[in-house]
Design a protein around this ligand. Structure first.
Ligand code: PGA
Length: 260
């Protein structure tokens, strides 16, 4: 049975020490008491060390939102894998807000290098994948996702694939208040992600990685997503920034899961 995972993507919010500490102190106790779902907070880099201290004896884990693939070098403004590995356990890679043209312009190849470096540094990559609205309307979702996942995981062996977390985040659903339907998300994950993994790495490996859904998840819809057999959790943006996040985690953990 894959363990449920709720990952909070704070994006560029709560990055000031006092704000982050106040929020985490508010939710830490209640979230820490919930069994049945692993919880990862992914704050801005600036507060990772502080939150690491506050959460040291807590069940809540930490993740970063990005990293460079190199250990060190002339990369102004970047942060390397081993700088993070002492601070957090997870790292989000290839979020659509970083893939976007005019933002960080991250390519599939860059994401693949990051995945290799993250695993090498003992970090668990949360690899984000998803189609645009235009691609969806053009019937390209399956092709886009297979291309993204194939590129992101190129060169990994089955054990490494099993160690990764994938996050299916349709771009049109992010921050829009209009999530994919749970049935649609489940079908897409099954067909395009696990289907691809089964084809490339075999059925047994395809069942290993946890696959999250992300895009307008909140406390009101989390149970429907968690009830789907191929969905092991959620990557949560906006709804992870207020105390209602505790209720979201509680409902996620309480939902009976049917995944193998
Ligand atoms: P959202 O963001 O929950 O605010 O839609 C999810 C994400 O971007 O990871």
């Amino acid at each position: 049975m894959r363990r449920a995972l709720i990952a909070a993507n704070w994006k560029m919010h709560l990055g000031r020490r006092d704000d982050a500490l106040r929020f985490v102190r508010r939710i830490r106790h209640s979230v820490g008491q919930i069994e049945g779902a692993e919880v990862v907070l992914c704050p801005p880099f600036t507060v990772l060390p502080e939150l690491g201290e506050v959460l040291r004896r807590s069940a809540i884990a930490l993740g970063a939102q990005n990293m460079h693939w190199s250990e060190s070098g002339a990369f102004t403004g970047e942060i390397g894998p081993s700088m993070l590995s002492g601070l957090c356990r997870y790292v989000i890679l290839g979020h659509s807000e970083r893939r976007a043209t005019g933002s960080a312009d991250e390519s599939d190849e860059a994401i693949n290098r990051k995945v290799h470096s993250a695993l090498g540094a003992g970090l668990v990559p949360i690899v984000c994948l998803g189609e645009t609205r235009t691609q969806r309307e053009g019937g390209e979702t399956d092709a886009v996702l297979r291309r993204q996942v194939s590129a992101a995981l190129a060169g990994l062996d089955g054990a490494e694939v099993g160690h990764c977390v994938l996050a299916y985040e349709p771009i049109w659903a992010i921050g829009s208040g209009r999530p994919a339907t749970p049935v649609e998300a489940n079908r897409t994950i099954s067909l395009s992600l696990r289907g691809f993994l089964a084809h490339r790495f075999g059925e047994a490996v395809a069942r290993e990685p946890r696959v999250l859904y992300g895009g307008s998840v909140d406390a009101g819809n989390i149970e429907a997503f968690m009830g789907m057999p191929e969905i092991d959790g959620a990557l949560v943006g906006g709804a992870s920034l207020d105390p209602g996040f505790v209720e979201l985690v509680r409902r996620a953990a309480g939902t009976r899961r049917t995944a193998d």
